[in-house]
Design a protein around this ligand. Structure first.
Ligand code: PHE
Length: 451
């Protein structure tokens, strides 16, 4: 492929632009909605500890591996495997990624839609002045079980995502993430400071940060690893796709490091907001699962001076964070159709968006909208598969692919372009060839026992 072709395909404007877009993909509901929910379900601080270890040892390894494959091939996940190992079955790892991306888009957009609902509620003043934990629980129940509202919000999210993705890399994704992500970060810092100074915050903090080792179990490890993959958007070709737009002179190692660090920092701070707030309202341990964040945030917002405006600002930014993630989930499938099937970008974006909309209907109806889907907990089930199983399988094969098929030497050569002194090289190779695949295979093998 010559430079002209690359240019036509699009490249990030700079290294910083990539970091913003990749961080935009990584930071989202996974950090603010899913992370605290998993902490709460899995025994608190012990989960946080395992999560951090998983990000450092495995998340970073896989992230760098995906970026290497992406930048080397300058292609979508399916094309990348075809390019490096033509006429082999490796392309199916790419297909698995494309499929997972669409499935994630389908239910993730439903939850992003809740952020729209909550934005509107905040504007209408629902959470004005000293609300209680019971009240926010009730509001969530009413909202999430109204199929029409939930579906309309879901539709809006898919629509916005399709519009942005159809505009392409530079003018669509890059422009918006660069403007909006810093705002989200500042607001989260502010809310964390407020939460930490609430009366009774200490109980929340000790649940969140004081590990109880008796709660360590296989299922905690499984969920923490899954959360790391989900939150960093790994194992489904997302970072292969975004990596394919990175220029050859950029440093892949520091880029991967920045994305891992900022994503984990935001998740960590979301916990600093949620757990003290729940303790303050007396519902720590009583609220958990999908509704957790949506019950805790209105509470904290209602305790601050000027909370009305903070609330609006917060849910607007949560929506933005979610949309920078839905964009990336859609981009995987769109890049595939554009590169491999020569589809026009606009057609690809809207058609895949439509598929995700249809697939997402059961998720939209599974929080009370329809008894059948609620009963089988459809949303939790699809989330379990898309966050814990599929990315782990994808990440396993990515490690094996570089470690034993394409060869570590070739990968290192790619990394050296933009980073001639790759100091972490021995550690990365060890994790890629041995540690990560062994841990992942162990977890997948015992998955039945853990769940
Ligand atoms: N990483 C995103 C989040 O934490 C979720 C996501 C996963 C987005 C995979 C795209 C692809 O919210």
């Amino acid at each position: 492929m010559n430079d002209q072709d690359l240019g036509k395909r699009g490249l990030w404007g700079s290294k910083v632009a990539f970091i913003f877009a990749a961080t935009g993909s990584a930071i989202g509901l996974g950090n603010i909605w899913r992370f605290p929910a998993k902490v709460s379900e899995s025994g608190g601080a012990i989960f946080v500890l395992i999560y951090i270890i998983a990000v450092i040892l495995i998340g970073f390894t896989v992230m760098l591996a995906e970026l290497v494959i992406g930048r080397h091939s300058q292609k979508n996940p399916v094309g990348a495997f075809k390019h490096i190992k033509p006429k082999t079955s490796w392309k199916f790892v790419g297909y698995l990624g494309v499929l997972t991306g669409v499935l994630i888009l389908s239910y993730y957009s439903v939850i992003a839609g809740w952020a729209i609902g909550y934005l509107l509620k905040t504007i209408r003043g629902t959470f004005r002045g000293g609300v209680t934990g019971e009240f926010t629980q009730q509001v969530f129940k009413e909202f999430s079980s109204d199929p029409l509202q939930v579906f309309l919000c879901f539709l809006v999210v898919i629509g916005i995502t399709c519009i942005i993705v159809s505009k392409g890399i530079k003018s669509g994704i890059e422009r918006w993430t660069k403007i909006l992500m810093p705002f989200l970060f500042l607001l989260i810092v502010f809310l964390a400071v407020r939460a930490l100074t609430l009366p009774g915050a200490g109980e929340g903090i000790s649940f969140y940060l004081k590990p109880d080792f008796s709660k360590l179990s296989g299922s905690v490890v499984l969920l923490a690893l899954g959360q790391a993959f989900f939150s960093l958007s790994l194992g489904m070709g997302m970072m292969i796709t975004y990596g394919s737009y990175i220029s050859k002179s950029d440093n892949l190692v520091s880029s991967a490091g920045w994305v891992c660090f900022s994503d984990s920092l935001v998740a960590f701070m979301a916990g600093l907001i949620i757990f003290p707030t729940l303790a303050f309202a007396g519902i720590l341990g009583k609220a958990s699962g999908e509704s957790l964040a949506f019950e805790a945030f209105p509470l904290i917002i209602s305790t601050i001076a000027g909370g009305y405006f903070f609330g609006i600002f917060f849910f607007a930014l949560l929506l933005v964070a979610a949309i920078t993630s839905t964009i990336s989930a859609l981009e995987v499938a769109v890049a595939f159709l554009v590169d491999e099937r020569n589809w026009p970008r606009v057609k690809a974006a809207w058609l895949v968006g439509l598929c995700a909309l249809v697939i997402g209907i059961p998720s939209a109806l599974s929080t009370g909208g329809m008894q059948f889907f609620t009963k089988i907990r459809f949303l939790s089930k699809i989330d379990f598969v898309c966050a814990n199983i599929s990315p782990a399988v994808g990440a396993f094969f990515i490690c094996i692919f570089i470690g034993y098929v394409w060869g570590v030497k070739n990968a290192i050569k790619e990394i050296h372009s933009g980073n001639p002194r790759f100091k972490l090289q021995p550690v990365w190779i060890f994790s890629l060839k041995f540690l990560s695949p062994i841990v992942i295979i162990f977890i997948l093998y015992f998955i039945k026992t853990f769940t």
